[in-house]
Ligand binder design. Structure first.
Ligand code: 6PG
Length: 236
């Protein structure tokens, strides 16, 4: 596990972007699952501004680690956010963008997206293997859309599952934990003081860590990285 702490969210995003560019350069094609929420927005802007030419986007295939079951133009769509901040600003083939159909019936979409992943990704250990899964960290310790009251999604069979946000009831499509842990690299990008308590609990296995889904993200053969700013790392 590699834990990197940076002065600011901007520096954390910049460092991750530089690592991502180096990892992509080493491969013929590169399969990434993007995270959602607000944290990666800085990263998307930085990639669009500084890595438009420095990454060969023709060889990058973008998926999502989770998606809200809303239409793509909805303000809460993880795809919609990435489209606005990144996808419309880089030269990536449309066929390389594999969005979740948030507008579809969740149960049907979980099956369809699982098939889309199955048909596009290489397999390791009888499971699809992403080159990289980018994850955020919820203040309740969730990651992707695996919430503390749905820990069974960590070990669920299959590739994607339907999840339910514990407060809003919003349906989500999420990669199951076994597929996340089958990636060659998993990177958490977590910033802000709101994440500090959970980061500490997870990284130092403090009391109750077992109840946090993000604490169970430990790639079986891959590498795990944390990109933190000082606040999320609990440094004032
Ligand atoms: C989502 C996510 C989710 C997110 C965390 C952190 O769709 O919301 O993928 O796992 O990464 O909730 O969200 P913030 O970055 O907004 O704090």
């Amino acid at each position: 596990m590699t834990i990197n702490t940076f002065e600011s969210p901007e520096k954390a995003a910049e460092a991750f972007a530089a690592d991502l560019a180096r990892w992509i350069e080493e491969e013929e094609e590169y399969f990434v699952a993007l995270s959602g929420g607000s944290t990666p927005q800085l990263l998307f802007r930085h990639l669009a501004e500084k890595f438009r030419e420095r990454i060969d986007w023709q060889k990058v295939h973008l998926f999502w680690g989770d998606e809200r079951c809303v239409p793509p133009d909805h303000e809460e769509s993880n795809y919609g956010t990435a489209r606005r901040l990144l996808l419309d600003r880089i030269d990536i083939p449309e066929e390389n963008i594999h969005r979740v159909h948030g507008e579809a019936l969740p149960e049907k979409e979980a099956l369809r997206y699982s098939l889309e992943i199955r048909q596009n990704l290489p397999f390791e250990n009888d499971l699809p293997s992403f080159d990289l899964v980018l994850l955020g960290l919820g203040e309740d310790g969730h990651t992707a859309s695996i919430f503390p009251d749905q820990m069974e999604l960590l070990d669920a069979d299959g590739i994607c599952a339907v999840a339910t946000h514990p407060e809003s009831g919003q349906k989500r499509i999420t990669l199951v934990g076994k597929v996340i842990n089958n990636a060659r690299k998993v990177a958490f990008l977590a910033t802000g003081k709101g994440k500090a308590e959970k980061v500490r609990q997870i990284l130092h296995k403090k009391e109750g860590w077992e109840k946090l889904p993000a604490a169970h993200i430990l790639p079986s053969q891959g590498d795990l990285y944390w990109y933190l700013d000082r606040e999320a790392a609990g440094r004032n």
